[in-house]
Design a protein. Sequence first.
Length: 96
Amino acid sequence: MNRSSAERYPHLARLCGAYLHEDFDLDGSSAEQAVKRFARELPAARVAATRADLERLLAAVTTEKGLARALTSLGCAYRPPRPLKRWLTALLALLR
């Protein structure tokens, strides 16, 4: 059975669905600010689990098309700049 990205990366799905949803920028924040807020608001263990999910995603999915599909499956309504791997790698730094 083929599992969805949300099932494989549940902590990353929470970040995408709860902080990078379609209305995240209504208060004027950027995607980077939303990720920083996520890192501040959640317990350190959950942030670390999210970072681990993101590291596994980057290791497993190597194409732009694959990363775009994964982000959509994760509930990420934000459309980040390309290349996606560079943007996602920058998110890792924000989650540290």
